[in-house]
Design a protein around this ligand. Structure first.
Ligand SMILES: C[S@@+](CC[C@H](N)C(=O)[O-])C[C@H]1O[C@@H](n2cnc3c(N)ncnc32)[C@H](O)[C@@H]1O
Ligand code: SF4
Length: 353
């Protein structure tokens, strides 16, 4: 049996594809190319906002133009993109267009992987390879798992490999995963197993299929990890991605990248990738600005915005007693806030001074 590396989030692996390695750094942008899909997986996690709707998102940002997509990639300093859906290959021309655009804008080194539940023929794979696709992850629906060897997925994997695309299988860790693992081993492709997760839209179906939540604080389905442990004994190039990992590490690392890229000199970046700064809001803003200038606060330690001043939290903390007296009578409020690292990012904490 292969040696597995296990991390503190409960993920374990003997092999990580390049796409997974970049995802671990939080450096992959998630490009959702359509919510359309003809499958009906009982565990489908898509939300009502996306399922069945032909919409495009880059991470959480709705994409209405190429600009939106490029802006998001720049914001997080993306080193690669994962193309997902819905079923991306229902919109093949769109997928090809985006692969070419990302490669042209960010260079050939911008790593692109694609998820699909289909088993495309050679011609489609040739188009994807020509556009520059680096990695493909097939997600055969559960009804095929018993006999993948005689399915079109076997041909699709073989063709993808021949065309120089790194090819693997990615499925949720469920009953039958060990058969998929044995097939992946025989075919010489990597296997990713995702810990089965409850989402708003699939919980009823998961419960009906005999799954329950692992704990009150997790969205993982109890028992999924066990299926993965059994399956991964059968495959040398394998990776189990835990639900905690996705929530805690992937998102936090992405926030850290965005924060590093966008923070002003006076923003403090936390370990979670959120930003902390002080705010003087409301009341007589001209007076507030004049007070800071009279106190000779360096201009790089605050920013005057519409109806508020944002300022280094440690400066505000130090000045609060002296400036409160002057500013509060006009209705100014002093606070320290922590928020997600993008414009109008969600407020995490607000401390009134
Ligand atoms: C969300 S899908 C997106 C792409 C495409 N719709 C598909 O299913 O291949 C990406 C991967 O998520 C996994 N997945 C789907 N539903 C899941 C769930 N409820 N919990 C954990 N993983 C899930 C599948 O393994 C799939 O390969
Ligand atoms: S293939 Fe993906 S999008 Fe389609 S139903 Fe299954 S999980 Fe949902």
């Amino acid at each position: 049996m292969e040696k597995f590396t296990e991390d503190e989030t409960g993920s374990f692996y003997s092999y990580l594809s390049e796409g997974c390695r970049l995802c671990q750094k939080g450096a992959k942008m998630v490009l959702f190319v359509t919510g359309l899909c003809t499958r009906n997986c009982f565990y489908c996690p898509l939300s009502d906002e996306r399922r069945g709707k032909d919409l495009v998102f880059a991470n959480e940002r709705p994409v209405n133009s190429d600009e939106d997509l490029l802006k998001e990639a720049e914001l997080m300093n993306a080193l690669g993109t994962g193309i997902t859906g819905g079923e991306p290959l229902l919109k093949l021309e769109r997928v090809l267009y985006y692969i070419r655009m990302l490669k042209t804008s960010f260079g050939k080194g911008h790593h692109i992987h694609l998820y699909t539940s289909m088993a495309p023929g050679r011609q489609i794979l040739e188009k994807l390879a020509d556009a520059g696709l680096d990695e493909i992850r097939f997600h055969p629906p559960q009804k095929y798992w018993n006999d993948l060897k005689n399915s079109q997925y076997a041909d699709a994997l073989q063709n993808a490999k021949e065309l120089g695309i790194e090819a693997g299988i990615e499925i949720p860790a469920l009953e039958g995963a060990e058969k998929v693992a044995a097939f992946a081993e025989e075919t010489g492709v990597f296997l990713n197993l995702n810990e089965l997760e409850f989402s708003d839209n699939n919980s009823e179906a998961l419960l009906m299929n005999g799954f329950c939540l692992e704990s009150d604080t997790s969205s993982a389905a109890a028992g999924s990890c066990k299926f993965a442990r059994t399956a991964l004994t059968k495959c040398k190039k394998a990776h189990f991605c835990s639900s905690v990992y996705k929530d805690a590490v992937q998102l936090r690392k992405r926030f850290q990248r965005i924060a590093k890229n966008t923070a002003r000199e006076f923003d403090e970046i936390t370990d979670d990738g959120t930003l902390v700064y002080g705010v003087i809001e409301g009341g007589d803003q001209e007076l507030a600005e004049k007070t800071l200038r009279n106190l000779e606060i360096p201009s790089e330690l605050f920013e005057v915005k519409n109806r508020k001043i944002e300022i280094a939290w440690w400066v505000l903390e130090e000045l609060k007693e002296s400036i409160k007296e002057e500013l509060e009578p006009s209705g100014s409020r002093l606070t320290i806030i922590e928020r997600y690292p993008f414009e109008d990012g969600m407020l995490v904490e607000l401390i009134p001074l």
